[in-house]
Design a protein. Structure first.
Length: 303
């Protein structure tokens, strides 16, 4: 049984089709990335998953329980970290986490609360009022709230947006540990290097539809190939090679060009054409493409 089963989910806001038949399955124990540009439908999908919004059509199940008809059960199974900094300004960090435990009927949960605060470097702020915390500290508390009932499925919606490097490292160390212990993790992020490092599989949304779904490593190998980065000392870049440019509007940085190459055997023919065009190369590097390159290609409609 999948940890999350999403089947033909649709959602519209008047004329805007936020989700247009989204279907995917996230298996138990996966670290899964949900990627896409602003407005792609990621947060709408998470809101429906969390029971904060209703789909116009389709269904979502968490460990076999429907998020609409089995709402109480699915909420126990989910820990959701929202994008927005939502907090009660009248309570301390510890009081906030104790109240969150109470929502799930958990008594005497202080040992786990202490552990969560320790792993998120919140112990020193346990008795501080929420309104006195910095934005980064408030985000740590949001993560702690989502984890306070030890949910088997953890959903992180842009958890490191606008926070410092220390929190990112602390958060990913703890979340990776929970994932190794069997928790399913779903991550949305605009930091694609995080998704590449952490996620076993990714789905990419564009205009409310899934446009790519595969293992992260497979996507990188299948779609992006490698890159040749050239810095030209003199000459004009030939038109016949412009179809290989990763970013057609280049050179973005003076005389530097980035070309897509599928095989290393493609390199010599490219160099030959450059020589025939009178181009003098100042510097050349071959680089393995990354998830950001895949993302750009897919969002530009290239497969």
């Amino acid at each position: 049984m999948a940890a999350i089963q999403i089947n033909q989910v649709e959602k519209s806001y008047r004329a805007l089709k936020a989700l247009n038949g989204v279907s995917l399955a996230i298996e138990e124990g996966e670290f899964f990335g949900l990627l896409g540009p602003n407005g792609a439908g990621k947060t709408t999908l998470i809101s429906i998953l969390a029971g904060l919004n209703r789909a116009d059509a389709g269904s979502i199940k968490v460990h076999g329980y429907d998020v609409v008809t089995d709402y109480r059960q699915t909420r126990k199974l989910l820990g959701v970290v929202p994008q927005e900094l939502v907090f009660d300004p009248f309570f301390t960090v510890r009081e906030t986490l104790r109240m969150q435990s109470g929502y799930y009927g958990l008594k005497n949960n202080d040992a786990w609360i202490d552990e969560v605060m320790h792993h998120l470097d919140l112990t020193g702020k346990a008795d501080a009022n929420m309104r006195a915390l910095s934005g980064g500290m408030k985000r740590r508390v949001l993560v702690a709230q989502a984890l306070v009932h030890k949910p088997p499925v953890i959903v992180l919606d842009e958890p490191t947006a606008g926070v410092d490097v220390e929190l990112r490292q602390t958060l990913w160390k703890f979340i990776s540990r929970l994932n190794r212990e069997g928790h399913t993790v779903v991550l949305t992020t605009h930091y694609l290097e995080e998704a590449q490092a952490l996620c076993n599989r990714v789905a990419m949304l564009k205009a409310g539809q899934v446009v790519a779904l595969d293992a992260t490593s497979t996507l990188i190998k299948r779609i992006a190939g490698s890159q040749m980065v050239l810095r030209i000392a003199s000459g004009t870049f030939p038109d016949e090679l412009k179809n290989l440019l990763l970013h057609p509007e280049e050179p973005a940085f003076g005389n530097q060009y980035t070309l897509r190459v599928n095989e290393y055997s493609d390199v010599e023919p490219i160099l030959a054409k450059l020589r025939l065009s009178g181009v003098v190369i100042e510097d050349m590097q071959l680089q393995q493409a990354d998830l950001e390159d895949v993302f750009i290609q897919i969002m530009e409609g290239e497969k």
